[in-house]
Design a protein around this ligand. Structure first.
Ligand code: BGC
Length: 765
């Protein structure tokens, strides 16, 4: 593997700690120390800002603005939308004597920044040594309320260590945030009201005309108000006494609910009045209780085998960090939210959600929070009208789901991605299939899923073509998951996923007709779908071209085997990320693959392929893959584990689990790779416990890595909780809730009950 870890944070099972501040690593830290609660998110930037390198970002899920594309051909999007930094609620300034707190300029010692994943709080402390010899200890704590998702808290504690005297503190709110990439502040028409211990503000975005209210209760005694054009601060001078800590608390509400003007203002004022009645301590205790409950069902616990304590401690920390960040980003609070590839942790990827949601994130939710999985699919249902418009723009029928979106519209200005990648649409179909299979929520299929399937199948039918050479159907001029090859024909992944989608859509209609005739009629009326149409989808599926050789090797796309070879291991680490170091066209000319393509389909429809086919393709494609997409390593690791290649599986696993903590891709500074974080969870559950969820029964094939003594986790499944404890010689399964359940373990069928069932490890597998 060409990529290497950059270890910066100390290892602890529940905390991420940075001892000492390295200004060169400032942005990486801001990403790693991001907090979120699905509705709002904030990077780990310093409350007081200052001259340190920073991407100051507080974001609100669903808040974006728009820009036109200068020149657009038909089919290329005419305007894009992108997440913008919203109200800066951390805004703080502190002065002591004639110095202003700015870690880029002042002298300080004992800097510690710590994210505690058991409480969801971020703490930062250090001692400020002024030019005049005064020592002031500062501690900043913040958290975003996981239950009341419009709420956020900040507490600043000052302790004079060797003096008594005045300190000036300013605390405020601001809509001055500038989008770094676009160098624009997207907020206008601020309304502001402030008095001595509260500020309320509301502003509107420039083009999307979304309005946001932000209010803060700040517990100053005698503050002065200083107002700017788009900001307001309360300023107080506090007399510190040596050795006596003084704290100022700020309780914040951020409202974005679609309402505007006076209606929003009134809701905001109400929310502010409510938070004024909540104490910081009570809110912090409720936050800790939330996370405690979360970990009690979602934790993955790894015990090290003797002599492996250090490495396993890193892995344990890594997987908890992934799980923590994923739950912060999305937990089913709203079917109007999706999972941005970078969550709410930075401007990169514009806050957009990708096909990652259904192909990579959904399993985590299916087995830990199925309601959230349903909400993610409902997001696609609510945005079906936009997907239908997009298909029209591409001269197709049905619905083409966007490769990148926040609101349902395609927002990717690069035609080669937005027009050639069919995987968002087939991933939505796969997500519906997977969700219905795991939850048996047929009501969802009948009321929402089937309609999406009809429109996706229509899109595929209008996009597929009969090959002159193959005399079979295939997709021409596409870009598969491997984004290093574009405008290719018969991409195996696209053809296969298209085939499965068309067949599933036809089967879903059969099921509706038989089991839910009323829904079927309603669907026919709404979509005008006919039996004949479904028949056409079936016959296209039956006659879909899949470029598979006699020995099981699948050609990624027509002509792939002829491409010149690149030795991916010979690329120097200084050239990553490649998109920043190689010309755009240079990466397209060889057999170097960005991420699994053929292997992706072997992962998603795992049970449909023989071990021999998986092995042949893994051996061929693994050495050609550069893992330039963060989704990539975990999928390879899962397949490597299945094929018994445990060393490789473990190397890739480290990469997936600590991708951001160790900045493997050297771009964590831009934000966290939230969707790859979901794959880190899958890496353990699908990889080392060998879960497979695409067959007739759930299947486990545990393979405990040598350096682990035990692995424990739980899954929710159709009203049950399955507790799994893997050890060297055996795996113990037990239901801690729900009715007995038949599952496959290795090749046998086992009924799980509330009593322990112990299955000896299959040494051959
Ligand atoms: C990958 C895509 C992915 C996107 C967002 C890209 O680098 O190639 O497959 O959807 O990142 O994670």
């Amino acid at each position: 593997m060409a990529k290497v870890a950059n270890i910066h944070y100390s290892v602890d099972p529940w905390k991420i700690t940075e001892n000492g501040f390295d200004a060169n690593y400032s942005r990486v830290g801001e990403s790693v120390f991001s907090l979120g609660n699905e509705s709002i998110g904030v990077r780990g930037c310093f409350d007081e800002g200052g001259s340190v390198d920073s991407l100051r970002g507080a974001y609100i899920n669903g808040v974006y603005d728009l820009a036109d594309i200068d020149r657009s051909y038909r089919g290329i999007v005419e305007k894009v939308h992108f997440m913008i930094p919203a109200a800066d609620w951390l805004d703080t300034a502190i002065s002591l004597d004639s110095e202003t707190l700015d870690l880029g300029r002042i002298r300080y010692r004992d800097f510690v920044r710590e994210l505690d994943m058991r409480t969801g709080t971020l703490t930062r402390s250090f001692i400020w040594e002024t030019v005049g010899g005064k020592e002031l200890k500062l501690t900043f704590i913040r958290f975003l309320d996981m239950v009341h998702r419009e709420r956020a808290y900040q507490r600043i504690t000052l302790e004079a260590l060797n003096f008594s005297g005045p300190v000036e503190i300013q605390s405020g709110l601001s809509f001055q945030a500038v989008h770094e990439g676009r160098k624009t502040c997207f907020w206008r028409r601020p309304r502001c009201e402030a008095d001595k211990n509260r500020i309320a503000m509301q502003a509107e975005t420039l083009r999307s005309e979304q309005e946001v209210f932000v209010g803060a209760a700040i517990d100053f005694k005698n503050a002065e108000i200083v107002s700017g054009e788009k900001s307001a601060r309360l300023c107080a001078t506090v007399s510190l006494k040596e050795g006596e800590p003084y704290s100022v608390e700020k309780r914040v509400v951020i409202l974005f609910d679609g309402s505007k003007q006076d209606t929003l203002w009134e809701s905001g004022e109400n929310a502010l009045r409510e938070i004024e009645r909540v104490s910081f301590e009570d809110a912090a205790a409720a936050q800790a209780a939330y996370w405690n409950a979360y970990w009690s069902v979602s934790d993955i616990v790894i015990e090290p085998a003797d002599g492996n304590e250090n490495t396993v401690a890193q892995e344990q920390q890594g997987i908890r960090f992934c799980s923590f960040q994923l739950a912060q980003t999305y937990n089913g609070g709203s079917m109007r939210h999706n999972i941005g590839a970078k969550g709410l942790t930075g401007e990169a990827y514009n806050g957009h959600a990708f096909w990652d949601t259904e192909s990579c994130c959904l399993p985590f939710y299916l087995f830990t929070n199925p309601d959230a999985a349903k909400d993610l699919l409902l997001f696609r249902y609510h945005t079906l009208p936009m997907a239908k418009n997009r298909a029209k723009m591409l001269d197709c029928r049905g619905a083409c789901y966007p490769i990148a979106t926040l609101n349902g519209d395609e927002a990717c200005p690069l035609w080669q991605h937005a027009s050639l990648q069919l995987q968002p649409s087939t991933a939505v179909a796969y997500g519906i299939w997977h969700y219905v299979r795991i939850t048996e929520d047929r009501e969802f299929l009948y009321r929402y899923g089937a309609e999406m399937l009809v429109e996706i199948a229509r899109f595929l039918e209008s996009r597929v073509a009969l090959g002159s050479r193959t005399k079979q159907y295939g997709f021409y001029g596409v870009m598969g998951p491997d984004e290093f090859h574009l405008m290719v024909n018969n991409n195996a992944y696209t053809n296969y996923m298209g085939m499965r989608t068309l067949r599933y859509a036809a089967e879903a209609l059969d099921e509706l007709r038989e089991h839910a005739p009323d829904c079927y009629e309603a669907l026919c009326e709404k979509t005008s779908v006919t039996k004949a149409e479904a028949g056409r989808w079936r016959s296209i599926a039956d006659n879909m071209y899949l470029p598979i050789c006699k020995d099981g090797l699948i050609e990624q796309h027509d002509g792939f085997f002829d491409l010149p070879h690149t030795d991916v291991d010979a690329i120097p680490v200084t050239e990553f990320p490649l998109y920043a170091h190689w010309s755009y066209d240079r990466i397209y000319r060889t057999d170097m693959i960005k991420q699994p393509d053929v292997l992706m389909m072997l992962y998603l429809y795992n049970s449909s392929f023989s071990e021999a086919v998986k092995r042949r393709n893994y051996d061929y494609y693994q050495p050609r893959t550069i893992h330039e997409s963060s989704l990539s390593p975990a999928i390879h690791s899962i397949l490597a584990a299945e094929l018994g290649q445990m060393k490789e599986a473990m190397d890739l696993f480290g990469f997936a689990t600590r991708l951001d903590l160790d900045d493997y891709n050297r771009n964590t500074r831009e934000g966290l790779h939230i969707t790859s974080i979901a794959m880190a969870w899958a890496n353990i559950v699908y990889g080392f416990a060998g879960l497979r969820s695409d067959g007739d029964l759930l299947r486990f094939a545990p393979r405990l890595p040598d350096r682990w003594k035990t692995l424990r986790f739980s899954l929710t499944y159709r009203g049950r909780v399955i507790d799994v404890q893997m050890a060297r010689d055996a795996t113990v399964f037990r239901l801690s809730a729900g009715e007995p359940l038949a599952v496959r373990v290795y090749d046998g069928i086992v009924t799980l009950t509330e009593r322990n069932v112990s299955i000896p490890a299959n040494k051959q597998s």
